[in-house]
Design a protein around this ligand. Structure first.
Ligand SMILES: *[C@@H]1O[C@H](CO)[C@@H](O)[C@H](O)[C@H]1NC(C)=O
Length: 422
């Protein structure tokens, strides 16, 4: 009897799993493994400060390959949201201004739309599709290309980005309040002293030894450049400064999210996160066929797949706001992926309906489906999801109002700020 019950349970779960149709996805990711931005204390990273390493490219290429499997060519047709060939109506990619996030997006898109998937050239176009330049090797290269538009049928995909100073969604721009808040906190001992007190006895001596420093010269606020270099070295197999025990290494790792979160007050943190959540919410409504705020999403088009190539910084704040019950995030690895999926329940009544009850949202972080406090299960009904976002008690207009409630304290140095995005 028990076994029958178990089989029935599995069957029912399978059916309920299958019975949905995917309507919209947003992916927020961290760039892949990269070189540190600043001093590497003698370790060589060939690719230049802050840039992706080959391992970082590989990570994102593999994400793209897996997403192709899940959302384009998978066995379960109801989850095949996107066309096998890149369609700009379906896919919108936006990156922060950093070179490494743009690089990550490109690598990922090469996995999603691999070589050979681009549209071929019509053969009668071969002799016409030539730039107004004297080509030194025209015959040779044309023969080699055949009907591939570019070599191996590679599909170039647009990756949009706006300057940090103007990007009012996925960077600091357009919100003097956050920038001021950051400037006020960055040197404020009240913010950092408690963390210093906590971590100093646990790990400062070891880090100081690794870098041949005096522990008294280290402070929690300034420790990121050391721990960040350690992560990069560790990932690339170049970490031989100090043999951390597993326990010590966990402590080094766990400082990351605290450091990122403390750069902003709870209010600014909420704003930063809502700048991601608001457009996602409006695009969800649009995908459902409901009214949505067109002004708010006008720079995201109306895609089925929105990719926001970002940093550990944004992910840590968004995850803090969402506050999932089933995971604790202390460290955001390279190439971490947060996915928002909108599903339409596959019932006859829901087939063409835009009713709230026909939809649910599933949020998945590094393959762990998140259970949000405002949702009764992992499949969060749209009503619950909207209610949960509303429980943060801020509208888009209020957010804008707070952002501009202060004039910029000083002309923000976005170069400096973007370094801090890590
Ligand atoms: C770490 O351990 C390895 C293997 O025991 C050793 O070869 C290496 O010298 C150690 N490194 C440091 C910095 O102590």
């Amino acid at each position: 009897m028990h076994r029958l019950g178990a089989i029935l349970f599995i069957l029912v779960s399978l059916i309920s799993f299958i019975q949905s149709k995917l309507e919209f996805i947003t992916e927020v990711c961290r760039h892949g493994a990269r070189a540190p931005h600043g001093d590497t204390f003698g370790t060589v990273f060939e690719n230049g400060p802050g840039m992706l390493t080959p391992s970082g490219f590989r990570q994102h290429y593999l994400i793209g390959d897996e997403l192709r499997n899940r959302y384009i060519t998978g066995m379960d047709k109801s989850q095949n949201l996107l066309s096998p060939r890149f369609n700009p109506e379906e896919v919108y990619v936006r990156s922060t201004q950093s070179l490494r996030t743009v690089q990550s997006a490109y690598a990922q898109l090469l996995g999603m739309f691999p070589l050979g998937t681009a549209e071929d050239l019509r053969s009668d176009q071969i002799d016409v599709s030539i730039p107004p330049l004297n080509m030194h090797d025209l015959e040779e290269i044309i023969t080699e290309l055949g009907t591939d538009a570019v070599q191996d049928g590679m599909q170039p995909v647009t990756v949009k980005n706006y300057g940090q100073s103007v990007d009012s969604f996925i960077a600091y721009g357009g919100c003097p309040y956050i920038v001021n808040d950051y400037s006020r906190r960055v040197d404020d001992p009240e913010v950092w002293q408690p963390h210093d007190d906590h971590y100093r006895p646990l790990i400062f001596n070891q880090i100081a030894e690794a870098f041949e420093k005096d522990p008294d010269d280290l402070s929690f606020m300034k420790i990121y450049k050391y721990s960040d270099l350690l992560f990069a070295e560790n990932f690339e197999g170049k970490l031989d400064r100090y043999n951390f025990t597993n326990e010590e290494w966990e402590i080094v790792r766990s400082m990351q999210v605290t450091l990122l979160i403390e750069k902003l007050s709870p209010l600014s943190s909420k704003i930063l996160s809502l700048r991601y959540i608001f457009p996602i919410m409006e695009l969800i409504k649009s995908s459902m066929g409901q009214d949505y705020n067109k002004e708010l999403v006008k720079n995201f088009r109306n895609p089925k797949f929105l990719l926001l190539s970002s940093h550990d910084y944004q992910l840590s704040h968004i995850l803090k706001l969402l506050n999932p019950e089933n995971i604790e995030v202390t460290h955001i690895e390279y190439a971490s992926v947060l996915i928002f999926e909108l599903h339409r329940r596959d019932t006859r009544a829901c087939k063409d309906s835009s009713e709230d009850a026909c939809f649910y949202v599933k949020i998945i972080y590094n393959d762990v489906p998140l259970k949000l406090p405002g949702c009764s299960s992992i499949d969060c009904s749209f009503n619950e999801f909207r209610g949960y976002i509303e429980s943060f008690d801020m509208t888009y207009n209020q957010m804008i109002e707070i952002c501009f409630s202060e004039a910029p304290l000083k002309i923000p140095n976005y170069e400096e700020i973007s370094q801090l995005l890590s």
